[in-house]
Design a protein around this ligand. Structure first.
Ligand code: ZN
Length: 167
């Protein structure tokens, strides 16, 4: 076991489906770099392991299998909910459209993205599997900035300053 490293890493990245020639599904291009604190289980562990020892300006390109990324699909995560949960003034809210992803609160109060599968007579079928479940991923990118995390950041478990919490 190597010791836990607490660094604040900023990076530009592109995320592709399956492999480096796959469809691009996320990018920081034209946006702020991704900023994260390592060693607090914020990121996919394999992602963190691949980038944590890189220096500023270094590039990366690696794949992560679905089971080590967002996991495998679980059919029990396809659930039927009463339409009342999605109604306002007795009408379904306009966001309830097949294939739309809505924020849904689970029993622990955590907000999870849920995809509308079908709108039934009295219910709505939602899929709360992660949208990238069962999906092999490929990341490319480069490191923009690396610094040691401050004691306060490690205590709080998040980044302070640009790209992080402002307090
Ligand atoms: Zn804080």
């Amino acid at each position: 076991m190597s010791e836990v490293k607490h660094k604040v890493v900023s990076l530009d990245y592109k995320l592709f489906r399956d492999h480096a020639e796959g469809e691009m599904i996320e990018t920081t291009e034209g946006k702020q770099p991704l900023v994260f604190l390592s060693g607090v289980k914020q990121m996919i562990p394999e992602f963190e392991a691949q980038v944590i020892d890189l220096n500023v300006g270094e590039t990366f390109s690696f794949g992560i299998k679905a089971e080590n990324a967002y996991g495998t699909r679980n059919e029990e995560a396809v659930i039927e909910l009463p339409q009342d949960m999605f109604k306002q003034d007795d009408k379904l809210i306009k966001e309830v459209v097949v294939d739309n992803v809505l924020p849904l609160q689970d029993q622990n109060g955590q907000v999870v993205p849920a995809k509308v599968v079908s709108i039934n007579e009295e219910t709505v079928t939602m899929d709360v599997n992660h949208p990238l479940a069962d999906q092999d991923l490929h990341f490319t990118g480069s490191v923009v900035e690396v610094r040691e995390a401050t004691k306060e950041e490690i205590e709080h478990g998040h980044v302070h300053g640009p790209g992080g919490h402002e307090h």
